[in-house]
Design a protein around this ligand. Structure first.
Ligand code: ZN
Length: 348
């Protein structure tokens, strides 16, 4: 039986943006509730989270940024940007979210777990080196990649970001780096505005940033097809030793923020595709971290579908799911990506 770990902690519910904010504690409450009902009970291993240490946060952030977040502790509300807020326990929760993910990565890399999912908040992929942004305080997935490289000694890490939004922070933190390949598939022309096909990395990192910005209306079949047609050959060529996933569920058809039409089954098919890729490249080492997803029911069902797939309790076939894909939608994305990246990566 596969051993799948989760990071789960009541502290993550104590990060409380003002009433009515989409990134609410209710998101994780809904996820935790579904884990306690039925199919998954007793099938997951709890990873004890820990606070990220100062020197770990400084792997990607400036000391000034850390101090700025620390200064919010015990203050009822601080507005860091127009849409990014903290409450009294937000700093603690954010340090625990980052540290929880680092612990998950350690346990998967050491072989104590087959895979893991950090069910944490606040999310991370918009956080830049020196500023909070887009509901994110620390860039969890970037910290995890830097930690895997510099503390665990891995040479190549792949970050797959399937959130509705482009992970600007993650891209910027590794755009000069050829040891961390950042692959993002997201809706175009929405927040944060970055993530064009032509943003491909800089210097040594040229070609190691791969963006697939899509118009709205893409669903399970198209995402499965793009994972099979683009991500799989890319990952095979890059040959990572660990795959990290910025897993946002705001591409769900019921999500209030986006225009995509994914369902829980589609996330399961993408997870299967990643599991197969991870098995071929890196002994199956796969670690997810929660980013967006703002319909609490859709979010919980989708996270459950991913965990069921990771634990092999379901087996979705991405090739079967992609059979229904719109040929025109796939051709658009494959053509644009191949045009930009075809020189370095064999994507045909
Ligand atoms: Zn998002």
């Amino acid at each position: 039986m596969k051993t799948v770990g989760i990071v789960r902690d009541a502290l993550f519910l104590r990060h409380r943006p003002p009433e009515g904010h989409p990134e609410s504690p209710g998101r994780l409450k809904s996820v935790y509730a579904i884990l306690d009902q039925g199919d998954l009970t007793g099938r997951l291993t709890l990873i004890a989270p820990r606070r990220a240490k100062r020197k770990e946060i400084l792997l990607v952030h400036t000391a000034r940024h850390l101090e700025k977040i620390r200064a919010t502790a015990d203050r009822e509300v601080c507005a860091l940007t127009r849409d990014t807020f903290t409450s009294a326990k937000s700093c603690e929760a954010a340090l625990q979210a980052a540290g929880g993910l680092l612990e998950a990565v350690s346990q998967v890399v050491e072989g104590r777990l087959d895979a893991a999912f950090a069910l944490t908040r606040p999310p991370g992929h918009h956080a830049e080196k020196s500023r909070a942004m887009g509901y994110c305080l620390f860039n969890n997935v970037a910290l995890a990649a830097a930690f895997a490289r510099r503390r665990l000694g891995l040479e190549r890490v792949l970050i797959v970001d399937w959130d509705l939004h482009h992970g600007n922070g993650t891209q910027h933190l590794f755009e000069n780096d050829d040891s961390v390949l950042y692959f993002s598939i997201h809706q175009r022309r929405i927040f944060p505005g970055t993530g064009l096909f032509t943003e491909t990395g800089r210097g040594r990192g040229e070609g190691y940033t791969v963006n697939i910005p899509l118009p709205g209306g893409y669903g399970d079949a198209e995402y499965a097809a793009l994972f099979e047609r683009l991500l799989r050959p890319l990952a095979t060529a890059f040959s990572p030793q660990l795959i990290l996933v910025s897993a946002g569920f705001d591409t769900h058809r019921d999500d209030p923020l986006g225009g995509m039409v994914m369902t829980a089954g589609g996330y399961a098919a993408m997870t299967r595709s990643l599991l197969e890729t991870a098995r071929a490249c890196c002994g199956g080492r796969l670690v997810f971290t929660l980013e967006g997803g703002y319909n609490t029911v859709a979010l919980a069902e989708s996270v459950k579908a991913v965990l069921m797939e990771l634990a092999d309790l379901t087996r979705h076939d991405p090739r079967q799911v992609m059979a229904q894909a719109s040929a025109k939608r796939i051709a658009y994305a494959v053509h644009r990506a191949t045009h930009v990246h075809g020189r370095l990566w064999n994507l045909s």
